[in-house]
Design a protein around this ligand. Structure first.
Ligand code: MLT
Length: 404
């Protein structure tokens, strides 16, 4: 008789954004007359930039011609894209990352969920609290997290690093020593950022205790402040302790196109075993490769035209972020984030729980956001709004919130 992976049964409820989707669907079915503004999931709304569309059209034509047709993509991704990434995202910032240390994939969500597979199930993970749910959920599936306490909403074998207003939503070094440390900066969900000195402290710590940092830099394009690092490899020593995950979703609008990459430096070794080699083995076996057309689209992100067009897109979303931040402050809310990230993190009013505020906001304003507690226990009493809506919807949402 076969058995299932019963770690899956330990997962409480459904994935956060599926739960929200179901709640909103039920609400709209009951109130078909209500107009709903969605500032919940961090999904982009602006169309792909013209330079990207042009590159895709060209690649589609190539696929229709025997001389330029492409079959399976190379395991690590096409060299033209890996060269563009290594040059544009790393070497241009003085970070020593080479094209053959980059693994192109179909998105950072998959990579952030799958990367734990190359580590032992005995490893102890440390996560920021609140945190993007994929890191913990996928470690639950792997059997690495122990038992769940429904009251505290915590796993027995996870080291939680609270990110609260008191510490500027930046975690302190944990008291217990972890093996794998998940960090995401600029942060989802709090929208906070850390300085290069703060990140260097984590790199030094990881090297000292023999831990690996899994650094999610999905929101890097939104950094506006000088001393905020764009990649962990700006820090000295990161090549021996850090893996970086990167997405094309948030900087280039690829949420529906799917493209991302993972960096594993060749110096990252565990007792002489190269993590790069392990991930390459996994990639070769379990991954189909992002399509040629999409990788050409990714390459266009680094063209002069593409960069200029995407800069405008980021500025558009950051104008929304400022609008939400300033508008909520005017309305008396306590807010943070939205300066180096497309997320605004607000304290729920009148001691409402995050889910109470979710229902209140939906009912009174027809605005969908994301309850902070969905990202972890320290998110209770907080709420996330995204800057990824249209400007018109963002303004309308604020008007409605001010009238509540
Ligand atoms: C979010 O809303 O937190 C993100 O959009 C989810 C994701 O990137 O998968």
């Amino acid at each position: 008789m076969y058995k299932i992976n019963d770690n899956y049964l330990k997962l409480p409820g459904s994935y956060l954004f599926s739960t929200i989707g179901k709640k909103v669907a039920a609400y709209t079915a009951e109130h078909p007359e209500k107009s709903i503004i969605r500032l919940g999931i961090g999904d982009v709304t602006q169309p792909l930039a013209p330079a990207i569309i042009e590159a895709m059209h060209k690649a589609v034509d190539e696929m229709g011609c025997a001389e330029t047709f492409h079959g399976y993509a190379p395991d690590l991704g096409y060299e033209f894209l890996r060269n563009a990434i290594a040059g544009g995202d790393y070497q241009a910032r003085g970070a020593d990352i080479k094209a053959d240390e980059i693994f192109v994939s179909d998105g950072a969500k998959c990579d952030s969920g799958n990367i734990q597979e190359i580590f032992s199930t005995d490893n102890r993970i440390a996560v920021c609290d609140p945190v993007y749910p994929v890191y913990v959920d996928t470690n639950v599936m792997a059997g690495r997290t122990g038992t769940y306490d429904a009251e505290t909403e915590m796993w027995s074998d996870v080291i939680y690093m609270p990110c609260l207003a008191e510490n500027g939503f930046a975690p302190k070094l944990p008291k217990e020593t972890p093996d794998l440390i998940y960090l995401c900066f600029p942060n989802n969900p709090t929208g906070s950022a850390i300085t290069k000195e703060q990140l260097q402290m984590w790199v030094d710590y990881a090297n000292r205790v023999g831990a690996v940092i899994i650094y999610d830099a999905a929101y890097e394009a939104y950094i506006s402040e000088e001393n905020v690092p764009h990649t962990i490899y700006e820090c000295e020593g990161a090549r021996t302790c850090a893996i970086e995950l990167k997405s094309f979703s948030k900087n280039a609008g690829f949420t529906g196109v799917r493209l991302g990459y993972t960096v594993i430096p060749k110096d990252l070794k565990c007792g002489g075993v190269s993590l790069h080699a392990l991930w390459a083995r996994r990639h070769g076996t379990k991954y189909n490769g992002a399509p040629y057309i999409i990788q050409r689209a990714g390459e266009a992100v680094y063209s002069e035209e593409g960069k200029a067009q995407l800069k405008e897109q980021i500025a558009y979303y950051m104008k929304n972020a400022k609008t939400i931040r300033d508008g909520l402050k005017d309305a008396g809310y306590t807010v943070s984030g939205g300066v180096n990230a497309p997320y605004i993190w607000l304290k729920t009013p009148d001691k409402m729980t995050s889910w109470e505020f979710f229902d209140y906001l939906l009912e009174k304003a027809g605005v969908v956001g994301t309850p902070g507690s969905g990202f972890g226990p320290s998110g209770e009493g907080y709420f996330r709004l995204t800057a990824f809506g249209s400007y018109e919807n963002t303004l309308a949402a604020l008007e409605r919130i001010k009238k509540m």
